[in-house]
Structures are given as C-alpha cells and as structure tokens.
Write a protein that binds this ligand. Structure first.
Ligand code: GDP
Length: 367
C-alpha cells in the first residue's frame, strides 16, 4: 500500500512543494544562425581596397594575418595586385618604453595630421601580445580621439608567431593601407626588445619617444636604439617637468654628437613636447617632413626603401626555409635523436646539422 506523504495533507499546506519554474534554455532560440561572411574574390578585394572601403581592407588584413594556407594564397594575390598602388605614404616608426606616452602621443599626432588633410593608418608590432593574450598595442581604446575618426585606421598587432612573422604581416598590411589611400602610416612598438629593429626595417622615419630623468638616456645608447632614431622627442614637457625635459634634450643632443653621421646625411633632432597637452606637436611634424624632403632630394629615401625590400626578400627566404625544415616529417622523426647524439658527444654539431639538412634534401627530392 502506498503511504500518502503527510506533507500532501491539507494540514501541511504551507509546506506544499510547488511545481517550480521551468528551466531557461541555455541556447538562445531567437538568435539567428550566424550569417556567413561574404567571401570576396581577389578582384573584389582589390577594387574595395582601392576605393578605400575600410570593411574590405580590414578583411584583407585578416587574411594577411591568417595562418591558413588558402587565406595566405588569397592574401598574396591581393597584395601583388595592390603593390602598384602602394608606396605613396610616409611610414613612421614610433617607439618608447611602456608609459612613455605612445598612445597619448599617437592620438595627438594623429589628430594633428588629420586636420592637415592626411589619412592615417596606425599599425603595431608587439611580439609579447601572444603571451599577454590580447594585444597591448593598437588597441582602439588607447587612442580615443583617433578611433572615432573615419580617416584613421587602427589595427592591433598581429599576434601569431615569431617576431619575424609578425613583422612580415605588418609590412604586408602597410602595402594594403597605402593602396587604400592612407598617406601616413605609423608602426608602433614597445621599446623593450628586438622589435625596434624590425620596425626600423619597414619605416622611413624612426621616432623615439623618451622621458626626462628616467635613466633611459643611457639605456637607449647601450641598446643602439638611439643610432636608429631620426628624431628623439622628450614627452611630458609640461607643468613642473618643462625644465627637466629641456635638460634631458640637451643631454641627448650632446650624446648624439658622439655618433658618426648617419648614411642618410641627416642629423637627428631632439625636441621636447607634451602629447597630453598638445604642445610642440607641429614642430615634430615639421621635423618629419623636413627629413622626408631632405632624403628625397639626396636620394636616400628611395635607396632605403629598396634596401628594405631586399632585406624582406631574404627574411622571407629564411623564414620559408626554416619552416620547411622544421615541418618536414623526415626531419621531425630524426631531430631529437640527432640532438641526443650531439649531447652525448657521439657526433659533432656540424656533422649533425649536415645530416639533418641532407635528410631534408633527400626527402624533398623523393617528392
Ligand atoms: P604608452 O604606454 O607609451 O602608450 O603610454 P600612455 O600614452 O598610455 O601614457 C602613460 C601615462 O602617461 C598616462 O597616464 C598618460 O596620461 C601620461 N601621459 C602621456 N603623455 C603625457 C604628457 O604629455 N604629459 C603628461 N603629464 N602625462 C602624459
């Protein structure tokens, strides 16, 4: 006999268990199926870019950044077709340690340039972005005024792969931006590592943002960054800091005297400014354009761009060879064992290297 539960008795009414609320669906039934993005053809991409269509430009940059083989093929086709329309910009590398005021400055530099009728693309090379998950550079919120402007295109650093890979993608993105009509391109990087060299190899003018009284002066000299700089600008020359900034500028000028004259024939200038209060911005851009006029006249501008193209050709060959080697199955199957033999002094590193290369070449010949 089934016992009637006492709680179901009328006397227990207050304790009666209600039916409860039905579970909310975990999937939103109203959400439309994700619309498939239209896949443009190469010529649609190129036409869109040449017309300055930012949506299409962004999608093309995404292809450049993609690691997928078919994306890369399409990207290379687009780049090749855009190449005749590229090159007509002034490319400026901007570096400085975190906190130097790069984003604040790029915001004010950018607004100044837009007012002069320029179109500006802001790109970034941030090799740490993969580690920190999400780029610290190029983030739109860092350049508040600029990010609302239709004549400014801001793109965070590509995050995949080695510094060389990231840099190559940025260089290819420059070409697309130029074809889309951007006449000024900034390439920003954090001044803490090798990335300056990569940026230096793709820009016309290298601008180093420094602060007064942080001891960076000497660090800059040690790391050779000062030797790369075409202009050194001391930020935060405002309020109580003006005197210190001017003193720092004098120290930099003295230090620069010790360097031999650059191949460009240009003597780097040192200026003070305030990115935050918009002071001294015009002088910085007068300097950049003076440099451009000077180096165009003496032929260095064109010479440097040609040298950079040559550099990137060899970089690209090196990258491809490296990838082919390390991704080869025969190499992968034997590399660890060969390494062990070297560690155990069974063969010399040179013999080991030759064996591995021969293994690759033989494997490729078979194909
Ligand atoms: P980034 O890390 O190099 O991009 O530097 P930010 O642009 O984020 O600036 C770092 C800090 O310095 C922020 O708190 C800014 O407000 C401040 N800052 C930037 N430029 C100036 C300036 O010209 N004057 C002063 N006083 N502060 C500034």
């Amino acid at each position: 006999m089934i016992m009637e539960h006492p709680e179901n008795d009328d006397a227990y009414k207050g304790l009666k268990v209600n039916k409860g609320v039905e579970n909310v669906p975990t999937v939103n039934p109203y959400l439309k199926k994700r619309v498939q993005r239209k896949q443009y053809t190469t010529s649609e991409f190129v036409d869109g870019i040449l017309k300055g269509n930012i949506t299409i430009l962004s999608q093309a940059v995404t292809l450049v950044e993609s690691a997928k083989y078919d994306h890369q093929l399409l990207a290379q086709e687009i780049i090749e077709k855009c190449l005749p329309y590229a090159g007509n910009s002034v490319r400026i590398g901007i570096t400085g340690v975190p906190g130097a005021g790069k984003s604040t400055s790029i915001d004010s530099f950018g607004m100044y340039l837009l007012k002069q009728g320029h179109k500006l693309a802001v790109l970034a090379i941030d090799p740490s972005s993969e580690r920190s998950k999400g780029s610290i550079l190029g983030d739109k919120t860092r350049m508040e005024a600029l990010s609302r402007e239709k004549n400014a295109f801001i793109r965070p650093s590509p995050s995949a792969g080695s510094l060389g890979g990231v840099a190559r993608k940025t260089r290819e993105t420059i070409i697309l931006c130029e074809a889309a009509g951007f006449d000024t391109v900034f390439v920003e990087t954090v001044g803490v590592g090798q990335s300056e060299t990569a940026v230096h190899s793709m820009v016309d003018f290298f601008l180093l943002i420094q602060l007064a009284g942080t001891g960076d002066e000497l660090q800059g000299i040690k790391r050779g960054i000062m030797e790369m700089a075409d202009g050194i600008v001391i930020n935060k020359a405002d309020g109580d800091n003006v005197d210190k900034a001017q003193l720092a500028a004098a120290q930099y000028r003295n230090a620069l005297h010790l360097f031999p004259l650059a191949e460009s024939g240009w003597s780097p200038k040192v200026l003070t400014y305030s990115g935050y209060y918009n002071l001294g911005i015009k002088e910085i851009w007068d300097m950049v354009y003076e440099y451009v006029a000077f180096t165009k006249k003496n032929g260095y501008f064109e010479h440097k761009r040609r040298e950079q193209s040559k550099y990137w050709m060899y970089e690209s060959i090196n990258d491809t060879l490296r990838d082919t080697f390390y991704n080869n199955p025969a190499v992968q199957a034997n590399l660890m064992q060969t390494e062990r033999m070297v560690l155990d002094n069974e063969i010399t590193p040179f013999v080991a290297a030759k064996r591995m290369i021969d293994l690759l070449l033989n494997d490729l010949r078979k194909k």
